[in-house]
Write a new protein. Structure first.
Length: 397
């Protein structure tokens, strides 16, 4: 009998948790618009604006393990609520930040948002993998992550058109709306019941206090390989997203406002890729799909590096389709079979968005050379992901 995406008892928790993926997709994608906006308004370089990514994703690196310990001790629901509260607070701090008018005030607010997102993602990603049969875990997480793509698409279009309008938009407005929405959702999650998944592997009680499970996960080599692959993916994906508007406008292909629309179209490909990938992986093994998509991203990035004019732009947009399934697929494969170690493993995996600091390196390279050479950085990341998929295929799981 073919396994379902989720089971009847988990339908409501699955729907509620999936709504969160839209929120952090939206909040991450805004950063890609903020880079160019702050360059224009505050007259800073690409390297300086990359501190937006560095500050936000530093929150992931610093808070991921504490978030995992918190979730082990208090459960998924409290982890989600606490993350939403931090997220909402950081968003509302954009209001006094706009009044102060300094770049560092915005960076402080973004750091708090990054800390909130860390709690959300550390809770939601592993929780979705457990809301149903093991064999459909990867498809289930890809489906939920598809709404991450929908949030990204909405952010780059709506916020991009607002900030890059002729009159110029106040950056505090979208964040104020987001803050109110997030705190409302936090109030809803504070009232609902999310079932905790129990594992009969003798580690559940120890997992509540963290240290021993955090040591045990390193004995699972395919978790370690998955951690490396996920970090490589985050370096590639976040760096390209953050660099996209700078690259397309710097090449003289379009204006800032048009570039935000084209980025929205690329993220639409990304969203379609996740929905399509979720369906395809009900037919073929996730490892094979990851390898195929890894090869696709390598080819696309090499075409960008060849500097073929508009054809390079088409390759860059196509890259979004191939990379779409990578995060949820690598994540679910890395935690597969870990039982009560899943929350601890998730907290370590959620340190990997610090790879977004790779945009800083791309900015440094771009300022020192030209706009094309920095794509060597994501190329290396995609090669590592493809090798991870190839290794799992040969493992025969």
């Amino acid at each position: 009998m073919k396994a379902k995406l989720t089971t009847k008892e988990y339908v409501v928790p699955f729907i509620l948790i999936t709504t969160l993926f839209f929120l952090w997709g939206f909040s991450r994608a805004i950063l890609d618009v903020l880079n160019k906006h702050f360059q224009n308004e505050l007259h800073i370089s690409i390297t300086q604006s990359s501190l937006i990514q560095v500050t936000t994703y530093l929150g992931y690196f610093l808070l991921a393990i504490p978030a995992g310990l918190f979730i082990n001790r208090f459960g998924y629901r409290r982890g989600v609520v606490f993350g939403l509260l931090l997220f909402g607070l950081g968003a509302l701090l954009f209001i006094p930040g706009a009044e102060a008018g300094t770049f560092y005030a915005f960076l402080g607010a973004l750091f708090i948002i990054g800390c909130g997102l860390t709690f959300l993602e550390t809770a939601a990603n592993p929780y979705v993998t457990e809301l149903g049969d093991r064999e459909t875990a990867t498809s289930r997480l890809n489906f939920s992550q598809s709404f991450n793509g929908l949030g990204s698409l909405f952010a780059t279009f709506a916020v991009g058109q607002f900030l890059f309008s002729d009159s110029g938009g106040n950056v505090a407005v979208p964040y104020a709306i987001l803050g109110v929405l997030v705190l409302t959702i936090a109030a809803i999650f504070a009232k609902v019941r999310l079932p905790e998944i129990q594992h009969n592997d003798g580690l559940a009680e120890k997992a509540k206090y963290g240290r021993e499970p955090l040591l045990k996960i390193w004995k699972h080599k395919y978790f370690v390989y998955g951690l490396i692959a996920l970090l490589a993916y985050e370096v590639a994906e976040i760096s390209i997203n953050s660099y996209f508007i700078n690259f397309t406008t710097g090449q003289g292909w379009m204006t800032d406002r048009t570039a935000s629309v084209v980025l929205t179209a690329a993220l639409a490909f990304f969203m379609v890729g996740r929905f399509l990938g979720s369906w395809i992986m009900t037919k073929i093994p996730a490892e094979r799909m990851l390898f195929i998509c890894g090869c696709g991203t390598v080819v696309c990035t090499m075409l960008v590096l060849l500097n073929l004019g508009r054809f390079s732009l088409y390759a860059l947009v196509a890259n979004y389709m191939f990379e779409a399934i990578m995060f949820p697929t690598i994540f679910s494969l890395a935690v597969r079979g870990l039982g009560s170690l899943t929350k601890s493993a998730s907290s370590v995996l959620m340190m990997t968005p610090v790879g977004g600091c790779g945009f800083l390196l791309m900015g440094v390279v771009a300022d020192a050379t030209n706009l094309v050479v920095p794509f060597i950085i994501p190329l290396v990341g995609y090669i590592i992901v493809a090798l991870y998929g190839f290794g799992l295929m040969n493992k025969g799981e």
